[in-house]
Design a binder for this molecule. Structure first.
Ligand SMILES: Nc1ncnc2c1ncn2[C@@H]1O[C@H](COP(=O)(O)OP(=O)(O)OP(=O)(O)O)[C@@H](O)[C@H]1O
Length: 349
């Protein structure tokens, strides 16, 4: 039985005093589309950069396709089978798209280059400097998949793509999954997770708060009932065991999130004249906001972000927080794994 695509154990990263991620435990199975969801500053990029060996953990470890990230030789070997799209892909501006891909082909291969370019076309003979944000992202997609990797790790891969290309990319990802490719990607687009992912991990303030199959998450999250009446609605009448959330809206209507059976609801409704009644599936946004909002969050989040601004300028923890400029022929140095597309990893501009 092959090892999981990614196994993370107690993975922790502090940037000085600032928590990047703390004590992450996560298994990403093979052949799944796995979403990594969290608000800004939650730790998604940090986790991804740790998994790919661009950052050294403060504690804990991870294995990628069975190779421990701290076993540099084994890890470098396995990286040949991994595709990566960083959060802000950087390429040499003066080099054409074609030459950029030639360079990546020389590192890991490009047996699927043509097929991918047909799907995600870019102006190959123009220098990357002249690329739109979307074309840059498409180039990153082609380079990440063209060597037919077994695992692809992506940091917000759809940013900059127009809605049509986004849909094309979702379809492509599903097809990749169906051919056995493992995909792990971060996002903060809630609908994207619902549309594309089999399973999701939700991270908040550096810690995992949920790891669940999307279908289970939705099942557990119940249905939304909205109900209006000419009578005054009392919340107390709708405090059932099955009630997840209930509130009176400004227009006097009731909004109820309920899971399980509806018997108690039907009984309660008998005491009211019904003006309007609607039952619908919980929007994925509501499901996720539940995880985002749990706890005394607003303040903590702001503090974290505030800290970050100051820290980011000063704390580098011995790792390149800014671009160091890597030439096209520069391979990994000092045994450190680098990805030339990752600006934060010392990639090229
Ligand atoms: N090089 C760095 N130096 C100091 N702090 C950092 C550094 N990189 C990230 N952080 C901090 O670590 C925390 C997690 O950041 P990270 O970029 O991993 O979050 P994210 O979930 O990817 O956010 P976003 O969705 O905004 O990209 C934040 O508080 C961030 O400011």
């Amino acid at each position: 039985m092959p090892s999981p695509a990614i196994e993370i154990e107690g993975l922790t990263k502090f940037y000085g005093d600032v928590r990047g991620v703390e004590d992450l435990d996560l298994t990403v199975p093979r052949g799944k589309l796995f979403g990594f969801l969290g608000p800004n500053g939650a730790g998604k990029s940090t986790a991804i950069r740790l998994i790919l060996g661009f950052l050294n953990p403060s504690a804990g470890t991870a294995r990628v396709l069975g190779a421990p990230i701290d076993d540099k030789a084994a890890f470098l070997d396995v990286r040949q089978h991994v595709g990566h799209i960083p959060s802000d892909p950087q390429f040499y501006d003066e080099v054409t798209g074609r030459k950029t891909l030639d360079y990546f082909a020389s590192l890991s291969g490009d047996e699927r280059r043509e097929e991918l370019l047909e799907r995600f076309s870019v102006p190959l003979d123009r220098p990357v400097r002249a690329y739109s944000r979307g074309n840059r992202q498409k180039l990153a997609i082609v380079q990440a998949f063209m060597h037919d990797p077994k695992l692809v790790v992506m940091d917000e891969p759809t940013s900059g793509l127009d809605p049509l290309v986004q849909q094309e990319f979702y379809e492509f990802l599903s097809q990749e999954r169906d051919r056995g490719v493992s995909v792990f990607f971060s996002t903060h687009i809630l609908s994207e997770v619902r549309q594309v992912c089999d399973r999701v991990a939700i991270i908040r303030e550096g810690r995992l708060v949920a790891v669940e199959d999307i279908d289970d998450l939705l099942d557990r999250s119940g249905k939304v009932v909205t109900f209006s009446s000419p009578d005054e609605i009392s919340l107390a009448d709708f405090a059932f065991d099955e009630t997840i959330d209930a509130r009176i809206e400004p227009d006097g209507s009731l909004r109820l999130v309920i899971s399980g059976n509806y018997d108690a609801l039907v009984d309660a409704l008998e005491n009211y004249r019904v003006e309007d009644l609607e039952v619908r599936e919980t929007a994925i946004e509501d499901v996720f906001m539940h995880f985002y909002d749990a706890g005394p969050e607003g303040e903590a989040r702001q503090d974290n972000e505030g800290e970050t601004e100051t820290q980011q300028e000063t704390v580098t923890d011995g790792e390149p927080a800014t671009d160091t400029g890597v030439s096209p022929d520069a391979g990994p140095t000092n045994g450190e794994v680098r990805d030339p597309t990752d600006d934060k990893a010392g990639g090229r501009k």
